[in-house]
Write a protein that binds this ligand. Sequence first.
Ligand code: 6PG
Length: 265
Amino acid sequence: MTNFVKPAVKVYPNTEALAYAAAQHIAELSDRAIAVRGRFSIALSGGSTPRRAFETLASDEFAKSVEWLQWQVFWSDERAVPPEDPDSNIYMARRAFLDLVKIPIANIRRIKGELPPVEAAAQYDALLHDYFVGRMGVPKARFDLLMLGVGADGHIASLFPGTPALNERERWVVPNETDTVKNTKRVTLTLPAINQAAHVLFLVSGAEKADIVRRALVELPEGDGLPVHHINPDRGAVTWLLDDAAATQLRPTIIPGNLDDTLKE
Ligand code: 6PG
């Protein structure tokens, strides 16, 4: 039987507090990775909750203390649109923080959403192999931190329930498609790639996520489970940062601010 990494779960009173905690968490992991290896590799995610965390990272408090020059920026997924399209994840992240902090442009490697998804996926897969295998000398996509949101349907990155990308066992990046969201064509990291990260960070907010948060954290998966049920990084850690609204269906005994201990029971 697979051993599941026990996630650390923390709840904050509102989206501002959540964004601040997320920025702090990212900054701490960045400091730690840079102290040990001299660089910090992060895969960014799309979504509204990450955007607020990115904006907080661009605020003076973080912008002045984070060692941006050592950041290596990647993506969990991208929509099949050009980078100047407001729907692209890179457009959002650039405006929220990448254009405002001192990350060298060469250290921001993007998924080419303007290409046909099959091609964009193959190029991004090759780029990740060049970085991790070629440059870092590790046979894995060992991101220091990989960010994820979760959709109300249980999707993570662009791995939607019932889509073929979920069955990929070899490639790190694949094209994917769903008609359940806007921007139906996507390029996404696969489960094997996500599960090679050293640290996976889920950022989830809003009452519409309360049901999926409960299903992901408390219920045993039925059948094959949802995409979110398959996140179990190999010798890695998982953290969920939630706002109160997203945590309302977790057990009432859970202490706001730190669910860690209560989830052990
Ligand atoms: C994207 C994503 C996607 C997102 C979830 C949650 O590109 O849209 O990477 O997986 O993280 O849909 O998004 P929200 O935080 O906006 O609910």
